[in-house]
Design a protein around this ligand. Structure first.
Ligand code: NAP
Length: 295
């Protein structure tokens, strides 16, 4: 048996088209252009690439893109002032502060300064709390992307055993909340969990967000399970080259699983588009218009 390969690129392209169509309608009917602001502090090469891609996608969809670039030496007060100024700008509906920030800056204080209505990464305590309460409309982008892939490739997941490995605020915790809201029976595992292979072998849906290359082995996978690999790890490919791999041993898992996301081309492809979807939701909410829903 060989697993169905979940095509995140194709799903992302379809969602992107829907967002572009709704954006064009917002503009022509209501004169509203969704605005996404990106804040980049310092010169981390990976962060620069992520922010550039987000800006390019926003512009291609028809959003207004505002970019604030600050030196790595920026003071906490100056950064907070910039975030608050974007919060007060009515043409900016979503604000993304690219993390991680340089070590001298207090990330929690920056998130506290973010207007939750414009928090398109959904990292503020307000949005995390609304998700717990089942009332959030801005939810962390990668977990939403995962749920959209499950909806498309699995359908109803009620009663299924889901294992989420990783408990970050950015991914693991919101992903577990969304799976629970979709009536899966959810187990969360982390670095202190005992017998991870045993937990994995029970899972109908295995979601790995660990940050360790090919950590989850093929013989941990239950036959026919759906494997969602969130990890993005750059590894040495010999001859001075590198390649991207996930947190799951793809070749091993593919022989046993029912469906699996590749890396790249799986979950990662969904994340940026879900960020655009959140920006569109934020723009509609701030203008008291019906909210688009992809989930
Ligand atoms: P993170 O904040 O570093 O969290 C990693 C989690 O993995 C932690 O909860 C940690 O447990 C757990 N973990 C570490 N070692 C483990 C072990 N040996 N056994 C079980 N659990 C272990 O990472 P993150 O931000 O969630 O990201 C995880 C991965 O997903 C990274 O590769 C990242 O690049 C990728 N990612 C991809 C996207 C995308 O768009 N595709 C988006 C976000 C993240 P403790 O809490 O006990 O330390």
């Amino acid at each position: 048996m060989s697993a169905v390969v979940i095509d995140g690129k194709a799903s992302a392209a379809r969602l992107r088209e829907k967002i572009a169509a709704r954006t064009a309608e917002l503009k022509s009917v209501h004169g509203i252009v969704p605005g996404l602001a990106t804040v980049l502090v310092g010169n981390d090469p990976a962060s620069e690439v992520y922010v550039r891609n987000k800006r390019k996608t926003a512009e291609a969809i028809g959003f207004k893109s505002v970019h604030v670039e600050l030196p790595a030496t920026v003071s906490q007060d100056e950064l907070l002032a910039q975030v608050k100024a974007l919060g007060a700008d009515p043409t900016v509906h979503g604000i993304l502060v690219q993390l991680p920030l340089p070590g001298h800056l207090d990330e929690a204080a920056v998130l506290d300064a973010l207007d939750p209505a414009k928090d398109v990464d959904a990292l503020t305590p307000t949005n995390a709390g609304l998700l717990m309460s089942g009332r959030a409309h801005l939810v962390s982008c990668t977990p939403v992307g995962v749920m959209l892939l499950l909806k498309e490739y699995v359908g109803d997941i009620a009663g299924k055993e889901a294992l989420v490995i990783g408990r970050s605020l950015l991914f693991g915790k919101p992903a577990a909340q969304l799976l629970l809201a979709a009536n899966a029976t959810v187990t969360m595992a982390h670095s202190r969990s005992r017998d991870l292979p045993g937990l994995a072998r029970r899972a109908d849906i295995l979601v790995a967000a660990i940050g360790k290359p090919e950590f989850v082995k093929g013989d941990w996978i239950k036959s026919g399970a759906v494997v969602i690999d969130v990890g993005i790890n750059r590894v040495n490919a010999g001859e001075g080259k590198t390649r991207l791999v996930g947190d799951v041993d793809y070749e091993g898992a593919k022989k046993v699983a029912g469906a699996i996301t590749p890396v790249p081309g799986g979950v990662g492809a969904m994340t940026i588009v879900c960020l655009m979807h959140n920006t569109l939701i934020a723009a509609c909410a701030q203008n008291r218009l019906p909210l688009p829903s992809a989930l």
